[in-house]
Ligand binder design. Structure first.
Ligand code: C2E
Ligand code: MG
Ligand code: MG
Ligand code: MG
Length: 295
């Protein structure tokens, strides 16, 4: 009897796995044509620096990939990025993201937005790829954007996968002037010993620690420790997924330098983002001249 249950459980497991891999295959095939069929787009979420008292100002945007398929509808990046990574499609898609995000930044400059930083997510697969620094340099040149305006976000996994390669790649990117940050910090297996060797300027505190900040003393302790450790190492911190004033107050009080989250804005289309920023600048410059607006 136990054996039969076991076999049923096994059969259930395989059919579940079959369904999953069928979906993955379907996504992979669809994703193969997504670029040429112009189904991919970017949304942009504003990032803010926290200043004195209640002050905050927009310092940048994080580019977030969106995929709309005519039959499948909107597919979440949480679902299709792993498929893109496993199939290698992340290389052409990642290059498109980089070019599109930087081209958009140039359009915003032309439209009179203040000089923002563009944060672009990088997959571990792209990070391991030989010519990443060369590719990044080429796209920056092509678009005509100084390297300092680009920030590449990599996860702890991407960096720790092969730390010595990671250090080399980070050094090359850093030498070109590109900014680097660690995304989802605290969720991966990063070795603190490597943090000081990595050429990163910023830790992005994962939203899972931010979510319950006001109720959970342990999350508060973790966030506080990360902010203090980062400060001691000369790194900036940006908290992700800030949704409430309570979370913001805690982060500000602990000395977190920057924030991003639904409290301020959801990811926006390029047009909506530009309107959002121009409205903020107009509101700020009513109180202070634009030159006093620390960007
Ligand atoms: P991530 O880089 O950590 O991006 C933050 C995610 O949190 C985004 O989800 C964003 O929409 C969401 N978010 C922002 N503020 C809040 C908030 O206040 N509350 C909550 N609950 N969520 C918030 P999204 O756009 O679905 O992206 C998910 C992940 O997919 C990203 O996590 C990133 O790892 C990956 N991803 C997205 N775009 C790209 C890309 O162009 N390349 C690569 N390699 N990965 C990407
Ligand atoms: Mg990110
Ligand atoms: Mg993140
Ligand atoms: Mg993430």
């Amino acid at each position: 009897r136990a054996k039969r249950d076991g076999r049923n459980a096994y059969r259930f497991f395989t059919s579940e796995m079959q369904a999953q891999s069928a979906r993955a295959l379907q996504l992979e095939n669809a994703l193969r044509r997504a670029l040429e069929r112009q189904q991919l787009s970017l949304h942009y979420q504003p990032q803010f620096a926290l200043g004195e008292d209640d002050a905050r100002c927009i310092i940048g945007a994080e580019a977030l990939l969106r995929w709309h398929h005519p039959d499948l509808g909107w597919v979440s990046p949480a679902e299709f990025i792993p498929v893109a990574e496993a199939s290698g499609l992340i290389l052409p898609i990642g290059e498109w993201v980089l070019r599109e995000a930087l081209t958009q930044l140039r359009r915003w400059d032309a439209a009179g937005l203040p000089p923002l930083t563009m944060a672009v997510n990088l997959s571990a697969v792209q990070f391991r790829h030989d010519d990443l620094p060369e590719l990044v340099g080429r796209v920056l040149d092509e678009v005509g954007m100084p390297a300092e305006r680009l920030e590449l976000e990599l996860t702890e996994g991407a960096a720790m996968d092969n730390p010595s390669v990671a250090i080399t790649v980070m050094n090359e990117l850093h030498a070109r002037g590109v900014q680097l940050s660690i995304d989802d910090f605290g969720t991966g297996y990063s070795s603190l010993a490597y943090l000081k060797k990595f050429r990163v300027g910023k830790l992005k505190i994962d939203q899972s620690f931010v979510r319950d900040l006001t109720e959970d003393a342990e999350d508060r302790a973790i966030v506080d420790a990360v902010i203090r450790m980062a400060a001691a190492l000369g790194l900036q911190t940006l908290a992700e997924g800030v949704e409430t004033e309570g979370q913001l107050a805690f982060l500000r009080h602990q000395g977190c330098q920057a924030v991003q989250g639904f409290l301020f804005s959801r990811p926006l289309t390029a047009q909506a983002f530009a309107e959002f920023v121009l409205a903020q600048v107009a509101a700020t410059s009513a109180a202070a001249p634009l030159s006093a607006y620390a960007l």
